[in-house]
Design a protein around this ligand. Structure first.
Ligand SMILES: Nc1ncnc2c1ncn2[C@@H]1O[C@H](COP(=O)(O)OP(=O)(O)OP(=O)(O)O)[C@@H](O)[C@H]1O
Ligand SMILES: [Mg+2]
Length: 358
């Protein structure tokens, strides 16, 4: 078996003290012992409520943030302790695409220059070859070479997101972290951009860490998924297994609370009763116990490891997996197990994708 492109293990990240915001001595423990891998050409989805630590994990992997501890191996190489030059080379191979296509592009820079700059910076092409590469990138993301003389404000949200993707691709990365990359877009445009990302994965072999609070989007694009709760992974596995046979009560809650079409941009947090523990408070036992209908004394005292449930690559951290109510025969039928609103949304995404030219 070939080695995964990204291997994250025992990752911890906290904020506090010198980071500003908080009274000295108080630390917010935001990422707690997180581990996962991403294979080459694989899309790993990271889901969870607002504040669960998704973006922090993404930024730590890119070393935009320093982890407290843990190991991040990229292509077998530990990214901690890299020299400045090595880090620069590594940065080229990992890119990020953010949520907001309106603020992620400098309004004073023409599109052609947005794409040419990273190519020049990393010395990937010279002279006329730079312009040819810019044309190629625009075509790759479904835009045209004549767009390069235009300014970012002349483009729609979906087009700007394509430009942001082209900019990420300009340096020929192996991994792209998509942090809510389609969350601000209309559903039909979302489908086009998701389609584009899937095509790039198939054509170029790019891997994605796909961060989203939207379960239906993750189901649509990801191969494997990790469910994050209060900075801890509570369930991971192939997307079909996790979504059709959710084994952690929190995953079940998230799926049951999947936003309706009208509330698409809303984080599921608002649909789920209770709140996660404060990152400032020490947690004993399972972090989800305070909101869980199945919690026992053991859950409140002893933290369940991620392999209390394990079926091949599907794992969950719950002491009571075996006693949870069965999902019913419809669970095996995939989408049928989901709420009508969820199913409508998946249908819409599929139809939009089938009809989209991208
Ligand atoms: N630089 C920082 N300094 C202090 N606290 C931070 C910092 N960045 C994030 N946090 C805190 O860490 C927690 C996790 O934030 P993060 O942005 O990773 O969540 P998220 O899962 O991406 O949420 P969302 O879905 O809203 O984007 C939050 O409680 C946040 O307030
Ligand atoms: Mg975020």
């Amino acid at each position: 078996m070939t080695r995964p492109l990204l291997e994250v293990s025992h990752l911890f990240k906290s904020f506090g003290g010198r980071d500003g915001l908080f009274r000295a001595g108080r630390r917010a423990r935001v990422v707690n012992d997180v581990g996962f891998t991403i294979g080459r050409g694989e899309t790993f989805g990271l889901v969870g409520e607002s504040g669960s630590g998704k973006s922090t994990i993404g930024r730590t992997i890119l070393r935009l943030l320093e982890p407290d501890s843990g190991e991040i191996l990229f292509d077998g190489q530990d990214i901690a302790g890299l020299s400045r030059g090595d880090l620069r080379r590594l940065r080229r191979r990992m890119q990020i695409v953010f949520q907001d296509p309106f603020s992620s592009l400098d309004p004073r820079v023409r599109v052609g220059e947005v794409l040419a700059e990273p190519i020049r910076l990393h010395g990937l092409r010279e002279g006329a070859a730079i312009e040819a590469r810019v044309d190629e990138l625009l075509e790759t993301v479904g835009l045209a070479p004549h767009h390069k003389t235009r300014w970012p404000h002349e483009f729609s949200g979906g087009q700007r997101q394509r430009i942001a993707i082209a900019r990420a691709l300009a340096v020929e990365p192996d991994l792209i972290v998509c942090d809510e990359a389609v969350s601000a877009l209309d559903v039909s445009i979302q489908a086009q951009v998701l389609n584009l990302l899937a095509r790039l994965r198939d054509d170029l072999g790019v891997s994605y860490l796909f961060i989203s609070h939207d379960m239906s989007v993750v189901r649509h694009i990801a191969d494997r998924v990790g469910v994050l709760y209060a900075g801890r992974l509570v369930e991971t596995g192939p997307v079909g297994a996790v979504f059709d046979r959710p084994s952690h009560p929190y995953t079940r809650m998230l799926l049951a609370a999947t936003p309706s079409l009208a509330g698409r941009s809303r984080a599921p947090a608002q649909d789920i009763a209770g709140a996660p523990p404060s990152p400032f408070d020490a947690v004993t036992g399972c972090a989800f116990a305070s909101r869980c209908a199945f919690a026992s004394d053991r859950c409140r005292t002893e933290e369940p490891p991620l392999d209390t449930f394990q079926a091949e690559d599907h794992r969950a951290a719950c002491w009571h997996v075996a006693e949870l109510p069965p999902l019913g025969p419809e669970a095996a039928q995939g989408d049928a197990a989901m709420s009508p609103a969820y199913r409508r949304r998946i249908d819409l995404l599929r139809r939009a994708q089938a009809g989209s030219p991208a």
